[in-house]
Each structure stands twice: as C-alpha cells, then as structure tokens.
Design a protein around this ligand. Structure first.
Ligand SMILES: Nc1nc2c(c(=O)[nH]1)N[C@H]1C(S)=C(S)[C@@H](COP(=O)(O)O)O[C@H]1N2
Ligand SMILES: [Mo]
Length: 213
C-alpha cells in the first residue's frame, strides 16, 4: 500500500494515540469550535482575494464560480484544537495553498501571510507553513461539502499547526514582508502554534517566535 506523502493517515489497526501530539486526546465526531456567529454565504457577494505584497503589486480576486473552477486536490490530515481535542485522518478536498501561490505569486521579500476570514477573523503564519504541500483551502471533508458551521464555502487547513491557524469562512490571503499577529495570536495564543512542540500560549514564545506583544 502506498504511503500518502508526509501524511498522517491512520493505518488499519494502528494505534491512534501514537499520532496524537502531546496533551491531545482523540475526539469522536467533529465538534464545532469558533468565536462569534456563523456567517451566511452570499454567493454573489463572495470573493477570494490575494493582496498585500504580491510579485506584480496587483491584487487577485476570484468570485465563487471562478474559485470553484481551480484545480481540486485532496489531503488526508488531522485537526488539532488547542483546547485539546484532535480529529485524525480526515480527507480534505479543495485548492492547495501552493496553487494559490503559483497563480498569485508573492514578492520575493514575503516572509509571512495573514489569512483573513469573515468578520475580520485572521491567522498569521510563516510563508513556509502556508507553502507546505499539505496546506489546503478546503471546500469538502470526506467527500462532502463543508457544512456552514465547519466553514462553508471555504476554510483553510494547516495540518501541522493548531487548528486556530485554519480560518473557517476564509475570504483571502495577505502577503506580508514582516510578521504580524492574527486574531488569537494577539489574544494569548502562540505565534507559531506547532502542536508537536505544544506551542499553545504566547507566554511560551521564545525570542524570534513572534513580534512583540
Ligand atoms: N473564522 C474562524 N475560523 C476558525 C475559528 C474561529 O473562531 N473563526 N476557530 C478556529 C479553531 S480554534 C478551531 S479548533 C477550528 C475548529 O474547526 P471546526 O469547528 O470545524 O472543528 O476552527 C478554527 N477556525
Ligand atoms: Mo481551537
């Protein structure tokens, strides 16, 4: 059987616990976790925007129909919430972040991105985290379109970071030449958020992990 590239697919009979980052527990089902209300999707108003330090200095916009026509990919990956539940082995379908980077390349000085969602929710990450081959703007989970509570029509999944780094109801990406904190990163959560290193809170940050608070 082929190994999924860098994936964390759960093999039959494998112990799920061996794949849980420290301090996490397995969750049955898929809980809904977010701050604020669930936005209503208005297809005619929706657009996905790439802006900030793009290579050519121009913004790129896709309306919902255009975005839906982008190349579709799947990634099998886990979701780790900082409140300690994990969901393992989901199949996310959608558009790879790498595809967006190819279609709307960043300027050479870009080091970080801010991913923006409805109501101003945001999450910052290093360009290298965004450019991971597993980072995906998901429209589907396990073959089904996302539900409204889980981020329909589009959410980001960054499998190697805590799940707050994956905005639901995502609407765009800002390319940045310097790091800036997003919504939870300004409110006490770790600027990088690697679950394997248990980077949960900003007080754990070491020099160089993030901008001054
Ligand atoms: N727009 C938005 N996206 C968000 C959040 C949020 O508050 N707003 N919470 C994050 C957190 S903390 C988690 S754990 C996951 C939860 O995703 P789920 O509700 O689909 O399980 O969404 C992330 N994306
Ligand atoms: Mo979370």
């Amino acid at each position: 059987m082929g190994q999924p590239e860098g994936g964390a697919r759960r093999e039959e009979g494998a112990s799920a616990a061996s794949e849980l980052p420290p301090g996490q527990r397995l969750q049955r089902g898929w809980p809904v976790t977010h701050y604020g209300p669930v936005p209503r999707f208005k297809p005619e108003r929706w657009e996905f925007r790439v802006f900030g330090a793009t290579a050519d200095g121009d913004k790129r916009c896709w309306n919902h129909e255009e975005f839906s026509a982008l190349p579709f990919a799947t990634v099998v990956a886990d979701l780790h919430c900082v409140t300690k539940f994990s969901m393992l082995g989901a199949e996310w379908g959608g558009v790879l972040a790498r595809t967006i980077l190819e279609l709307a390349p960043p300027a050479p000085n870009v080091t970080h991105v801010m991913v923006w969602a409805e109501y101003g929710y945001s999450a910052n990450m290093r360009l290298s985290d965004f450019a991971s081959e597993q980072t995906i703007f998901a429209t589907h989970k396990d073959g089904e379109p996302l539900t409204a509570e889980h981020g329909f029509p589009l959410r980001l999944v960054v499998p190697h970071l805590y799940a707050w780094k994956g905005p639901k109801w995502v609407r765009g990406v800002e390319y940045m030449a310097a790091d800036r904190r997003g919504f939870w990163e300004e409110r006490g959560y770790h600027n990088i958020g690697d679950p394997w290193r248990e980077q949960r809170y900003s007080y754990q940050e070491e020099p160089g992990d993030g901008p001054e608070l």
